[in-house]
Structures are given as structure tokens and as C-alpha cells.
Write a protein that binds this ligand. Sequence first.
Ligand code: SAH
Ligand code: SF4
Length: 359
Amino acid sequence: MNELTNPPTQTAKQNIFDFTLEELGIALESAGFQKFRAKQIYHWLYVCYEEKFDAMNNLPKDLKAYLNQNFTTQKVRITKKEQSKDGSVKYLFATDDNLTYESVFLKMKEDKWTICLSSQIGCKVGCSFCLTAKGGFVRNLSAGEIVYQALAIKKDQEIPSNKAINIVYMGMGEPLDNLTNVTQCIHILSELNGLSISVRRQTISTSGIAPKIKKLGALNLGVQLAISLHAVSDDLRTKLMPINKAYNIQSIIDEVAAFPIDSRKRVMFEYLVIDELNDGLDSAKKLIALLNKIKAKVNLIYFNPYENSPYKRPKQEKVEAFREFLLKKGLLCTIRESKGLDISAACGQLREREINQKG
Ligand code: SAH
Ligand code: SF4
């Protein structure tokens, strides 16, 4: 059977990056092709970075024709790239319906790379410190639109295909609000015939939607978890993150305690340090009490101000004193370096600037 006996429907072409290897194999089989062709296609797409089906020269002609008629690789493109002095790079992507979203490439050390992916355009959670929240929620990104960020950046940065990359779902959007597509993306990225980014190297960062943390845990993917905590009292957390009204600090801690985590790993608690608001040692002390039953580590993030932002960047000595305090009490703590400060560091900021400039 080929495309003549099984004519393609006239619907819009599907984004091939939305498909897991298994799903692609099934689609090919049901169109009369051999399943193993899916592996070859994956290799072309994710290892050779070949996006033209006609150039996939070990595929038969009728398969190329079927792919051209039914699939596209052109749903997303890079529209802007900004290099920071410290080596981090910010990318702006555009969808085929002309919406923009961004990703950040971070070179941590020699041979250690992290790519920060967006999962939605906009965000429903509405945190008061976050630029992504300002424009409201637009739509979920499809699995392929999320996947493409990692693929395009790995290619653009010329990272050798055998080198491991870390993925953090910490760009625009709330990944647990788009759990189906994010889960699909995790499977696609970890495929050994493709980008082969192990699930253990992928971290989902969430604002703490407690029931969705439970749901993610039940999926038992082996993915790492990061919680954006940012405050140690419900009062302040609700001011920063209105979602705290629905899921307060204790409800999040309870879900994290029940979350299946690799015994060698820790759950990361992100703590956005804001000048005069949550940067005191009293907060550090409460943080220790809060996390005392959890295998946790803390990542302190400098609040990165933007035009008319309601908060200020904390003083360096305060952040360092906070970290010292946690370390002395035995709580692992790192400070997220102000990577890419000269290129509008926090996610959402490059996109916002582009939109403002355009009008
Ligand atoms: N929605 C998820 C993941 C995306 S937000 C979450 O909230 O965890 C990713 C990170 O960007 C969050 O930890 C958030 O605190 C941080 N962030 C948002 N605005 C920021 C700003 N102005 N300065 C520094 N970090 C910011
Ligand atoms: Fe959404 Fe995360 Fe921004 Fe909050 S910090 S508005 S959850 S993207």
C-alpha cells in the first residue's frame, strides 16, 4: 500500500516533531510503510538535523511523497538570537501562527550545557514579579513546538550529538498546566534514536499546582522536580503568586514529600530573592524549618528588574548571607548566577521587548 491506495486527508499537515518514535512508527505502518522507517526519520531529524524529507536519502520515494503530503517540519523558526557576554544565548522562536516564545541556552562549564524551554505562550498563574504573566495566557505550546527549541539550539550551538544536555522547563509558562504536551516532549527528547536527553536530565519547574504535582508523580517518569517557592509565609507568597490561595505552602510541601524521586537526587526549591521583601535571615530560618523533612536543595535567584517592575534586585551581600546561613544549617544551596543579565535575563523579557518595540 502507498499514498495512492491510501490517500492522505486534505487536513493541515501535522508537525512531525509532535510525534514520539512509537507514534510515528504506527502512523507509517497504517499508511503501509515499514515501522523501522520511523527510526531512520528520527535519525535524520534529530541527529543529522535534516528537515527536508526529500534529502533523507535512505527513504524510498513513495515514503518521501507520503511524508511531504502529510507532515511538515516548518511549524517553528528562530527569529532572533541574542548573545550575552557570559556565554548564555537567548533565542526567540515564532510559531506558524506568528506567536513568539523564547528559550535560553546556558553554558555552565566546559561540556555542561543547559537549555531552558518554554511550555506555553503566556501563563495563567499571574505571578506579580513575572513578565510572562503580564500579557496573560495565549495558548499551550504543542509537544513539537517545545521539542523544537532543544533541537534548534543544539544544532545552532554545534553541540556534538554524543554530549549530554540538561533541559529545564523554566522558560515561559507553567509546564504542569500543559502536562500532556510536556510529557510528550519529555518522551520525544529522551528517545535514544533522537536527541537522547535522558529523563533524569530533565527538570520541570512549577509554581506549585499541588494536584498536578501528584499527577506528575503518578506518571513516574523519572523527571526532576523544581518548585518555585519564593516565600516562606502564605501571606507573602499569595502576594507574589496568587495561586498560593488555591495551593498553599504546606499543600505543596506535602505533595513534594510524596513525589517519587531518584534516591540520589534532591528536589530543587527555587527562591526568588527580592530586595527588602524576603531577603532577611528570618526568612532563611523559616525556610530551613519548612524543608526539614524533605530531601531538598535551594537555588537562590536574584530578582531581575524590568521597566516599571514592582520590586527591586536584592543586594549581593544579603543573598550571600542568606546562602551562608542555609549552608551552615546543612541545607544545600546555590545562587543562580546572573547569567545573561545584559540580554534581559529572565524568561519573557526578550519577547516583551520585541513586542513593545513593534508597537
Ligand atoms: N512557571 C514555572 C516555570 C517558568 S518560570 C515556575 O514558575 O516555576 C521560571 C522561573 O523564572 C521561575 O523560578 C521564576 O521565579 C523566574 N522568574 C520570573 N520572573 C523573574 C524575574 N523578574 N527575575 C528573576 N527570575 C524570574
Ligand atoms: Fe507563570 Fe512561572 Fe511566570 Fe509565575 S513565574 S507567571 S508560574 S511563568
